[in-house]
Design a binder for this molecule. Structure first.
Ligand code: ZN
Length: 253
């Protein structure tokens, strides 16, 4: 007896092999000879098409996929910045400060090594020691549905001067997940988190490339308070990658 029934089974039964042993005219199996059935051609063509398409997507895809954010929390004192205060806020006019400085209420370096959290579901776009005045930096990207317009929008965060980085570029992150710890940029500052939010997802580490206005920058506290809870949609959406320019040889996702 051959291993498999020689009779063709029609229809899309994918549990069956594509190639079957076939009985010879004498009735015995032609061992080692694989004979394709008449039904294999469309199935084989479909597999080849899937293979080619999959390969093309792999080669040409420039997007990553993230869950739509179900809300935004504060990056310290999870989730409401409990035990922390803002020592500096956003200021787009000189002297400029493009984000917020968060400090522990106990003062000094009491917050050194304390957790920094992802403010929303998203993806890590850069996680490196970029040196200069920044030190260890984690940038993250988030997709959310703007409650005002119903449109899907994107926003980046920057978390600077970290003592430790606990994520990698390209890693998916969940709201409230620890991404690093508060640091001093290797002793340059008293421990604090420098935290920025950007509507413009091309800024990366090159802040001088875009106008200092609210189309490109977000006031973090204002933005977070306005988007604390969003509908959970359970569907991933595409986000652009490769949007940053090099900074000290580091480009990110
Ligand atoms: Zn700062």
């Amino acid at each position: 007896m051959p291993i498999f029934d020689a009779e063709s089974t029609h229809g899309a039964d994918f549990s069956k092999p594509f190639f079957r042993l076939r009985h010879g005219r004498t009735g015995g199996p032609l061992l080692g000879v694989f004979q394709t059935r008449t039904t294999w051609r469309p199935r084989f063509a479909a597999w080849m098409l899937a293979l080619v398409c999959g390969f093309s997507l792999h080669v040409f895809a420039t997007d990553a996929r993230v869950n739509l954010a179900d809300g935004f929390d504060f990056p310290v004192g999870k989730p409401n910045a409990d035990g922390y205060y803002k020592s500096r806020g956003l200021r787009l006019r000189a002297p400029q400060h493009f984000g917020e400085d968060w400090n522990g209420r106990s003062g000094g370096n009491s917050d050194l090594g304390s957790p920094v959290y992802a403010v929303a579901d998203g993806i890590v776009t850069l996680a490196n020691n970029v040196r200069t005045g920044w030190g260890n930096v984690v940038l993250t990207r988030h997709a959310y549905r703007d409650p005002a317009t119903g449109q899907i929008k994107y926003i980046d965060t920057l978390n600077g001067h970290l003592d430790r980085i606990m994520v990698k570029s390209g890693q998916a992150i969940k709201r409230g997940q620890q991404i690093g710890t508060i640091g001093t940029n290797f002793g340059m500052y008293p421990a604090h988190l420098h935290f920025e939010m950007r509507h413009d997802i091309t800024i990366g580490m090159q802040r001088s490339n875009v106008p200092a206005d609210m189309n490109h920058w977000a006031d973090p506290t204002q933005f977070i308070n306005k988007h604390r809870r969003l509908n959970r949609e359970w569907r991933p959406v595409a986000v652009a990658t490769g949007t940053y320019q090099d900074y000290n040889g580091i480009r990110g996702l």
